[in-house]
Write a protein that binds this ligand. Structure first.
Ligand SMILES: [Zn+2]
Length: 241
């Protein structure tokens, strides 16, 4: 899966805002990585993460207002000691979410601080294991899923109790629509990578409550609903487990 380079200049126009946010003193930086690279054979995991953030953020910047009738406010992106946008180093970096250590090993998260101060992060070990064992599409899936939690926070009226499955659905919608809109191209094998990735992060049991991530099959089904039906099919009046 790779970011399409043609639209990166559009992000530059918003750099003023990003700089203002970063200058506000947060360790968390705004979601404006330097640039997405065009298709390349040997893209590093760190660059994949940067590209995925650019694509997912651009998708919501382009589409959020159309869906929800409000201006899009991007979540922030945590940048850890390695200086990679969106990545923290497990066991080294430390940052609080709601007063508790948020940067746990082998994890990705959206921290629901007030909108505009909320942030997304992926651990280095999850990033490296995911790209090594599954493939680059895993990174896009993880970023799109965590970003979806940010969208849920912004739209509580549309947020279903099956929060995690809804985030998978929104992730599918994000990546499919971003592709239709020319932000992303899929490589051969990406669909299998996405299924394997969802399986790797699934629960043993099916969806039961708001903390459940759902079984592998449920996660794959919800992701696919998003691919097939788009964002609207994922909202609270959409598909149910
Ligand atoms: Zn989640």
């Amino acid at each position: 899966m790779s970011a399409t380079a043609t639209r990166t200049h559009r992000r530059t126009a918003r750099r003023g805002l990003a700089t203002a946010l970063a200058a506000a003193g947060a360790v968390v930086a705004a979601a404006v990585p330097a640039s997405a690279t065009p298709t390349a054979e040997d893209v590093s995991p760190e660059q994949e993460l940067t590209d995925a953030i650019v694509v997912v953020d651009q998708y919501w910047a382009d589409n959020y207002e159309w869906y929800f009738g409000e201006e899009y406010v991007a979540p922030l992106v945590y940048t850890g000691s390695e200086g990679v946008q969106g990545m923290y180093t497990s066991g080294v970096d430390s940052y609080l979410c709601a007063g508790e250590e948020a940067l746990t090993p082998s994890n990705a998260l959206h921290c629901g601080e007030p909108v505009g101060e909320d942030w997304v992060a992926v651990s280095d070990d999850l990033l490296y294991a995911g790209t090594d064992q599954i493939g680059d599409a895993f990174v896009y899936m993880v970023v799109a899923h965590e970003w979806a939690h940010g969208i849920q926070q912004r739209q509580p009226g549309w947020t279903a109790p099956w929060t995690e499955l809804q985030a998978d659905c929104l992730a599918g919608a994000t990546l499919a629509e971003a592709t239709e809109q020319g932000l992303l191209t899929w490589d051969e094998g990406d669909e299998e990578e996405l299924a394997a990735g969802l399986e790797a992060v699934a629960d043993e049991t099916g969806w039961t409550d708001t903390t459940s991530h759902g079984s592998a099959q449920e996660r794959i089904d919800f992701f696919q609903h998003g691919v097939d039906d788009g964002v609207e099919g994922c909202l609270y009046d959409g598909v149910q487990p």
